[in-house]
Design a protein around this ligand. Structure first.
Ligand code: AMP
Ligand code: MG
Length: 923
């Protein structure tokens, strides 16, 4: 590097085409891409108390500029390539602003305003100085430099040099400063020569391995949707860490042979994990990037950023995590010479304008505290400047040592987060640190992140869903309300057949008589296997009237699966319009026509058997099971009554309205489609089988039948939208069963229709939370619990997770079913009778990961198991995998979603076989 050393005043420098360092080049590109802004303005406000000599200060400032080439550098483009241009000389005058009479906050605002002025990289200068004069003895000096010529370390150098140069002028003596052997441009040239070939490859291969497969985005609980383009608007929140806690962390660090940075970082990663629900966490951290002694006295952009990745294990103790963080950090720091921009270039992460590559959260510790200094009779101290209105990342936490304590600044992107949210995180971080120094042996998900009492109160508020419904009302009676409210109004239509409420119930009563004769009575399971027609609905009502339990079967399902459900449920009676298909069935057959009128009863050898349940059941419904076979969920009548009464209020359905039913009856959401209209005197229009997957046919039906409400999974809504259909004002579109993504939500709402997001597992009766989706920047939530329903987000150890913290969604209240039919182990795994401290009663663990938003709405983040959703169908990967491995030649199998032709996801299986197997053998 010495070869490139030049004296500071070589005028020929101006004509050189000097390259930029890698870091400078990235900032230059960002400036080109995003236009001049102030996101990269480094602000240095200092308060100077005492008699100030303005002329000496101005001269010192210009000496400083003469000393450091960077302060005379600008960046020009030559055929698209940036070059450094160093001026031989540059004079800056110290602008004086009179701020006498301004309050402290007005002053700090004035400072911020001055500091926000953008720089022009090609014109320069990239350093500005103001002297804010309060009175003869009180000034604030504000230096603002573009990051492309400076960094945090440089700030120290600038002030040290400036103080000495000023003292020299005031005392009329030469300033004593270390000789500069090289300048920044020399470093840039050297870096480009050195970081090539093997040196580069060695660093690259380390980081490639460290970051391979890292998640591109850390999703913190945002208050608003991420805009397509980052605006870098920011806010700042401060957290003081007491001297006692700081000392305790220092002792902990010493005891574990690590640094306080590692303690703070490990705890911070726990916070991020708990907030995001993700366990593979990448955090950026700045390093000084001055690998050689002769660089230490320079002003320039040397700082580099490292991407520190850790995979957090839920069961792991804090001390185990700390040991890993220590080892990884040491290794990472040993490979810190690779400029971040080179790494990005090599890894080629998908470039998004909406978030920064590799990491979106930065963590730094500045533990060279500001030393209140003196500058030739002036007392120097940091001046306060208005909270930054800039945020380079989603979140930047900078910890600064300050006296014996630590000061944490949380700089956050205001596009995404509210101040209150970040304040809660700061509080949670302090709480976590306190709990950690208390005991490092707890597993990392056990540490509390909020005051338990406050969390409980919040949960009471979020779950204030009590409604005085009469849940003892028989479901059959509830479904007949429509016959009173709107007796002659349309109740159901399928193709050309229509029935009024009165007519429908007359048919249901007839069928009930036939069913009772065939053995239907209380708690007896009656299977319904009718093709899509009014018979489907008549059959449900007939079974209800017998106080029996219906088992919905979709004739389109494979016969083996239907046979399994019939056998597993012990159904001794089956209603069908297709008796030939069921000729092997051992129970009694009730054959009906397409309106559900009984045609014949064929006796069987199987005796109808009553279900074992503590309360009358409405239906038994099968859903995918992870151990190879589907499992039956026993849903009580009271749960269905509560559900329907709640839905009649929100999203609401009124007498005379029309709902288009598109769902297979073997999916529990069909209960809403088929029964809700009957409860309120509305009409259900049954989409015929050939229409349900045909967007154009559905769109035609929608218009021809003047539909007010339709419920469907996102997949079906997409099919409908693809046909050109648009919802219009006055219509209610209910979407559920799978995550609703903002793009789909926007499209569904575009024509003025009201959109609802509904969420709930089969085990808690169709839907457990609802949300009216409004436009605007809010994130998509599944809303609030329906009537008489409580939702809890539980972290490890059944701890209630506070607002914003991810955990398992658990549901209690009137919707909770009686569990799985004859699956005691699974029942005790998924259902709990009481969770200590919750007083919630019976509770179902959904396996969904979610978190509360501050407004009391629930957000879903994913699954904690391998359950999949495909066009609304719930599929346990384990069910398919165990079937595959039951083939003698298959030793291992994995199942997942895979985009099929056309981009729609399909189910894909990867199998390991011991011998060649024809794929068809595995079907
Ligand atoms: P199922 O038992 O078939 O109703 O499936 C329930 C599961 O589907 C839930 O546990 C969620 O994983 C998922 N789910 C249902 N509704 C939604 C929704 N609105 N948003 C996101 N996921 C949903
Ligand atoms: Mg459901």
């Amino acid at each position: 590097m010495d070869d490139h050393a030049r004296s500071t005043e070589l005028p020929t420098r101006e004509e050189f085409d000097l390259p930029l360092s890698f870091a400078q080049q990235r900032l230059w590109f960002l400036d080109q891409l995003e236009g001049a802004g102030s996101a990269y303005n480094i602000r240095l406000p200092v308060r100077l108390c005492g008699p100030l000599d303005k002329d000496c200060l101005e001269r010192a400032l210009n000496d400083l500029i003469a000393r450091h080439e960077t302060l005379r550098t600008r960046f020009v483009s030559q055929q698209g390539e940036p070059q450094q241009r160093i001026s031989a000389s540059l004079r800056l005058s110290l602008a004086v602003r009179d701020v006498a009479g301004l309050s402290n906050s007005e002053l700090s605002q004035a400072l911020a305003e001055a500091a926000a002025k953008p720089f022009c990289l090609s014109r320069g200068p990239l350093l500005r100085a103001w002297l804010f004069r309060q009175n003869a003895d009180e000034h604030v000096l504000l230096l603002v430099a573009h990051h492309i010529i400076s960094d945090a370390w440089s700030s120290g150098v600038l002030f040290r040099d400036l103080a000495e140069l000023y003292a020299g002028h005031v005392e009329s003596r030469p300033a004593v400063l270390p000789e500069l052997a090289v300048q920044y441009a020399d470093f840039a040239v050297w870096q480009r020569e050195w970081l090539q070939g093997e040196a580069l490859e060695q660093q690259l291969s380390y980081w490639r391995e460290r970051l391979s497969g890292a998640p591109p985005l850390l999703t913190l609980p945002a208050d608003r949707r991420r805009p397509a383009r980052q605006s870098f608007r920011g806010g700042r929140w401060g957290l003081a860490i007491t001297p006692e806690l700081t000392q305790a962390m220092n002792s902990l660090a010493r005891a574990e042979s690590c640094t306080i940075f590692m303690v703070l970082l490990a705890a911070f990663k726990i916070l991020l994990m708990r907030l995001s629900g993700q366990s593979d966490i990448v955090v950026g951290t700045p390093v000084a990037g001055r690998p050689r002694a002769e660089l230490e006295d320079l002003v320039g952009f040397f700082a580099n950023t490292l991407a520190l990745r850790s995979h957090l294990e839920r069961e792991e103790s804090f001390s185990a995590l700390l040991a890993r963080v220590r080892r990884q950090t040491l290794e990472d720091f040993a490979h810190q010479d690779l400029p971040f921009e080179k790494l990005v270039e090599a890894l080629k992460p998908v470039r998004e304008l909406s978030y920064s590559p590799l990491f979106q959260v930065l963590f730094s510790l500045q533990n060279t505290p500001w030393e209140a200094e003196e500058m030739a009779g002036l007392e120097v101290s940091p001046a306060s400047i208005d909270a930054s209105s800039q945020a380079k990342f989603d979140l930047t936490v900078s910890v600064n040592a300050y006296n014996e304590a630590l000061w944490c600044s949380f700089e956050y992107n205001t596009d995404l987060f509210d101040e209150a949210t970040v304040a809660r995180w700061a509080e949670a971080y302090a709480m976590l640190l306190n709990a950690i120094v208390e005991d490092t042996s707890k597993s990392i998900v056990e540490y509390p992140l909020a005051e338990p009492a406050a969390v409980k109160q919040q949960l009471r508020d979020f779950n204030a869903s009590a409604r005085p419904f009469d849940l003892d009302e028989p479901l059959a009676d509830l479904c007949q309300r429509g016959a009173v409210l709107n007796p002659d109004g349309l109740a159901v239509r399928c193709r050309t057949q229509s029935l009024t409420h009165t007519e429908l119930h007359k048919l249901a009563a007839q069928l009930a008589i036939a069913l009772a004769r065939a053995g239907a009575r209380e708690q007896v399971v009656v299977a319904i296997a009718c093709t899509r027609s009014i018979a489907m609905l008549t059959a449900m009502l007939g079974v209800q009237r017998c106080a029996a339990v219906w088992l919905p079967l979709d004739p389109d399902f494979p016969q083996a699966r239907l046979d399994f459900m019939v056998a597993d449920s012990g159904a001794g009676l089956l209603i069908t319009d297709d008796p030939d298909r069921w000729s092997d069935y051992p129970g009694a057959l009730c054959v009906v026509d397409d309106l559900g009128r009984p045609q014949s009863i064929q006796a069987g050898s199987l005796r109808p058997r009553a279900m074992d349940a503590p309360t009358p059941l409405a239906y038994l419904i099968y859903t995918s099971g992870s151990t190879g076979q589907p499992k039956g969920v026993k849903v009580p009548e009271s749960a269905v009554v509560n559900f329907l009464l709640s839905m009649a209020e929100r999203p609401g359905l009124a007498a005379g309205e029309r709902l288009l039913a598109v769902t297979t009856p073997s999916f529990d959401i069909a209960v809403l489609e088929l029964l809700l209209p009957l409860c309120v005197g509305a009409a259900v229009v049954l989409a015929p089988a050939e229409c349900v997957a045909d967007g154009e046919a559905l769109a035609t039906l929608f218009a021809a039948e003047c539909i007010d409400v339709m419920q469907a999974t996102p997949a079906t809504w997409r099919v409908l939208l693809a046909s050109g259909w648009r919802g219009t004002s006055g219509q209610r579109l209910l979407c559920g069963g799978e995550p609703l993504v903002p793009a789909l939500a926007d499209e569904l709402r575009a024509g003025g229709a009201a959109l609802w997001n509904l969420y709930g597992p089969t085990e808690t009766t169709v839907w457990s939370t609802v949300e009216k989706v409004t436009g605007g920047p809010a994130t998509i939530s599944v809303g609030q619990p329906i009537a008489n329903t409580q939702v809890y987000v539980l972290a490890e150890g059944n701890q209630i997770a506070p607002v914003g913290v991810a955990g398992e969604v658990c549901i209690a209240g009137s919707g909770v079913s009686c569990g799985y039919h004859e699956r005691p182990e699974l029942n005790s795994e998924r259902f709990a009778d009481d969770i200590p401290g919750l007083a919630a009663g019976r509770i179902y663990r959904t396996g969904d990961i979610g978190r509360w938003r501050a407004d009391g709405k629930l957000e879903l983040l994913g699954r904690q198991d391998s359950q999949l959703k495909l066009r609304g169908y719930r599929i346990e990967a384990g069910e398919v995998e165990s079937l595959l491995t039951s083939h003698p030649a298959v030793t291992a199998a994995a199942v997942g979603l895979w985009p099929g032709p056309g981009g729609e996801p399909g189910l894909a299986a990867w199998v390991v076989t011991s011998q060649e197997v024809q794929p068809s053998a595995l079907r």
